[in-house]
Write a protein that binds this ligand. Structure first.
Ligand SMILES: *Cc1c(COP(=O)(O)O)cnc(C)c1O
Length: 432
């Protein structure tokens, strides 16, 4: 089992993704190289969509959280698969517009959207803006009035749930920069205020408790709290909330010890809570939105590198350096995230030693995988780091003036470049 189910090994002992030999891909397109399995992305979209249809009788919509991997290519796939799209910045919105994404299925998030971004969203008839705070509510109402529109909005609510994940990616607790809290009455007050404004229409409430979460409990708890809140709003303000957006955050397998529940099961259990509490509180069943990002694209991606320097510091550590690193995958340096690597040209070999896979940037923290068991790695080997489809390309940088790698999508043995490799000239594009 190679962490992701779409990976196999061929008779030459090479790692294969979507019927493409990864060693050949590295030769043809160069390294570092991001490779995406289009089939698996689509399959993941359908898993979510089918589960929503099944457990909410089609009364729901899956929004792909674009920040996980935002390209024209992925936006077009989401449009074709009938998903909605979350955007969190003008740049992501621009990408969606250029991809021809239907704007009524776009949801705009963020804790500090600028006036320019809000204007762009309203002008382009974005389906929903998830309002984060009081300041933004006033700003948006003014902008919508100026443009002669009434904007559908949801509110980002902190349900006060502890999501058991890395503190940097925990977002449901009161001490968070995102949203308004329930426990101090902020959430209630802002909805009351919005109900009195003319150029926004409150259609939904939203929560997102964090990312890379494996337990189902925090999701169930959040759903229960949110439906109860909808009940409170109806009872106290006479206002019916039509949409409940439950966010994303479903965990994926980066290493063999990660054991995510099937997403279908999450949705089934959450739907039971939603239905039960809605009935108890005598509110109509809300239209349900969810926003997976990582779990749609991460397992579908791998990154290929070429091994350079091997430095064996006796009795200390053995460093294997590759031709990429924190510029194309900053997740170790940010969160000490764990990954699995495979020698793409010797994929069946048994692990024999513990090594640390390092990048080429001028930072000691520029590590891809610390202390991992690997077969003997040689200079020139092609190394594949698995499950890099989310938060790698989208978090990449030009640190050390390293051009970003190309993104190649594979489908049925055919590989196509969907994002070109940056050139040195690209790096100078804005220098005057
Ligand atoms: C990041 C984010 C998501 C997606 O989270 P994943 O862990 O990638 O599924 C969904 N909704 C909001 C509001 C987010 O900020």
């Amino acid at each position: 089992m190679l962490v992701s189910k779409n990976l196999t090994i061929n008779s030459e002992n090479h790692l294969v993704i979507g019927k493409n030999d990864t060693v050949e891909l590295a030769k043809e397109f160069g390294t570092p190289l991001y490779v995406l399995d289009e089939d698996l992305i689509r399959e993941n979209c359908r898993t979510y969509k089918n589960a929503m249809d099944k457990y909410y009788n089609g009364n729901g919509l899956v929004f792909y959280a674009n920040k996980a991997l935002c390209t024209l290519f992925t936006c077009r796939i989401m449009a074709e698969e009938g998903l909605g799209l979350d955007v969190v910045s003008g740049g992501e919105l621009f990408t969606a517009i250029k991809a021809g994404f239907p704007m009524d299925r776009v949801c705009f998030h963020g804790n500090n959207k600028t006036a320019t971004e809000l204007e762009m969203a309203v002008e382009n008839n974005v389906g929903y803006i998830v309002v984060d705070n009081d300041f933004e509510l006033d700003l948006l109402d003014t902008i919508a009035a100026k443009l002669g529109k009434v904007q559908d909005i949801m509110f980002r609510i902190k349900p006060g749930v502890d999501a058991h994940t890395h503190s940097f990616i925990q977002t449901g607790q009161i001490d968070s920069k995102f949203g308004v809290a329930l426990e101090n009455g902020e959430a209630f007050e802002i909805i009351k205020k919005a109900a009195g404004l003319s150029n926004v229409k409150v259609v939904g409430v939203h929560c997102h408790i964090g990312s890379q979460i494996f337990d189902i409990e925090p999701f169930l708890k959040a759903a229960e709290i949110m439906v109860n809140f909808i009940g409170d709003v109806k009872a106290k303000l006479g206002l019916e909330i039509d949409i409940l957006n439950l966010g994303g955050g479903y965990g994926i397998r980066y290493t063999k010890s990660d054991d995510p529940i099937e997403y279908d099961k999450y949705i089934e259990h959450v739907s039971e809570v939603v239905k039960k509490v809605a009935e108890e509180r005598n509110v109509k069943l809300p239209f349900i939105c969810m926003e997976p990002g990582r779990s749609i694209v991460a397992p579908a991606g791998i990154t290929l590198y070429t091994v350079g320097c091997v430095k064996d510091i006796k009795n200390v550590r053995k460093y294997i350096s590759v031709d990429g690193g924190m510029a194309d995958n900053p997740r170790y340096i940010m969160y000490e995230s764990e990954y699995t690597a495979v020698i793409a040209n010797n994929a069946n070999a048994a692990p024999t030693e513990t090594v640390t896979i390092a990048g080429k940037c001028c930072e000691s923290g520029d590590i891809l995988i610390k202390d991992t068991k690997m077969p003997e790695i040689r200079v020139g080997d092609t190394l594949a780091v698995l499950a890099t489809g989310a938060y790698n390309y989208s978090m990449s940088s030009n640190y050390n003036r390293i051009p970003r790698p190309a993104v190649v999508a594979v489908l049925d043995g055919v590989a196509k470049v969907v994002v070109k490799r940056e050139t040195y000239e690209d790096l100078l594009r804005n220098d005057l």
